[in-house]
Design a binder for this molecule. Structure first.
Ligand SMILES: Nc1ncnc2c1ncn2[C@@H]1O[C@H](COP(=O)(O)OP(=O)(O)OP(=O)(O)O)[C@@H](O)[C@H]1O
Ligand SMILES: [Mg+2]
Length: 306
């Protein structure tokens, strides 16, 4: 089973669109998929037409220990897909879990305690690096970063990777970054190719180092800008159902095949202390990514101290 967190603290980069449609394309290939909506905005949940009424059992109930993972699971039209919905209450989860020991690991424990036969669990993270994202990273074995290849895309990458590295070292030695999926892609622009070149150079620098992104790649399958992808949520449908012959469906099918075929890279060789109840407050390694105002003239420089 692969547990994949779709993560980027930048908003509107295609995390939810990728979670919904990668999930649907994998399901079409016969894989059994569980989608978990960790975002209080609940876009994934809304995409599947689930009402956000107080009666609906959600991830919030699971995190608070009031319901099990299986009790919060909803069936959707596609028999290969199950969904654990979000709730507006999740917005307060950071505060409500503040005094709970091991609060970074509650989702992992809930999933571990459940009997299921999913091939993939896809985690739709909120656009932040708070407790909900840390819970996703604590139970995932892979991170996929959806990214829109424009000039500001690289901003925040340092903080994102630093968070992955902290969770990797303290709580989850299996965690690694599988890759970056380029969304709303337009191959025609010079800027796109420059951003891709900078990203490749950045990934290249990590190769062979004990870093969770040492085995990352930019997926060959790029997600082109496609209006049907933007329209399908308002019909409560995935792109596979709403526009099966669209470019959006073709791109997500290609991505699903590519991800399904890849052998997850070996976990990085880091020393990990036994699983803590509460993450210790210890100095953490620094990841520095300096992005110049003009990527044309000054490439990103990276400094990683371990
Ligand atoms: N390839 C695409 N072509 C056209 N529109 C897209 C594409 N991918 C995503 N969108 C649209 O862009 C908007 C943002 O996408 P999405 O909600 O998936 O981003 P997100 O990263 O999950 O956002 P948030 O950070 O708010 O959770 C949505 O309106 C979505 O329909
Ligand atoms: Mg989203």
């Amino acid at each position: 089973m692969r547990i994949i967190a779709l993560m980027n603290q930048k908003g509107g980069v295609g995390k939810t669109t990728t979670c919904v449609n990668l999930g649907a394309a994998l399901a079409e290939m016969g894989r059994k998929i569980c989608l978990i909506d960790l975002d209080p905005q609940a876009h994934l949940t809304i995409n599947y037409g689930i009402n956000l009424t107080p009666e609906v059992i959600s991830l919030y109930d699971v995190l608070l220990g009031e319901k099990t993972f299986l009790e919060a699971m909803h069936r959707v039209d596609d028999e290969n897909i199950a969904l654990v919905p979000s709730s507006i209450d999740l917005a307060a989860a950071d505060i409500e879990l503040a005094s709970v020991p091991g609060r970074e690991l509650v989702l992992r424990r809930a999933i571990e305690a459940a009997q299921h036969d999913f091939d993939y669990i896809l985690l739709d993270c909120p656009p932040s690096l708070g407790l909900l994202t840390v819970n996703a990273l604590s139970c995932a074995n892979e991170v996929i970063i959806p990214m829109q290849p424009h000039f500001l895309a690289l901003q925040g990458v340092a903080k994102l990777l630093e968070t992955v590295q902290i969770v990797n070292r303290r709580m989850n030695p299996k965690l690694k970054v599988s890759g970056i999926v380029l969304t709303m892609f337009d191959s025609q622009t010079k800027l796109t190719s420059e951003v891709v070149a900078e990203l490749n150079a950045f990934i290249e620098q990590a190769k062979g180092k004990p870093l969770p992104w040492a085995g990352a790649k930019i997926f060959d399958s790029k997600i082109r800008r496609n209006i049907k992808l933007a329209e399908s949520p308002s019909f409560g449908q995935t792109i596979i159902a709403y526009g099966p012959t669209s470019n959006g469906a073709a791109d997500y099918r290609a991505l699903a095949k590519e991800i399904d075929a890849m052998t997850p890279a070996t976990a990085p060789a880091v020393q990990v202390t036994p699983e803590p109840q509460v993450a210790p407050i210890a100095p953490t390694p620094k990841v520095e990514v300096t992005i110049s105002p003009s990527i044309q003239s000054n490439p990103i420089t990276t400094k990683v101290a371990s």
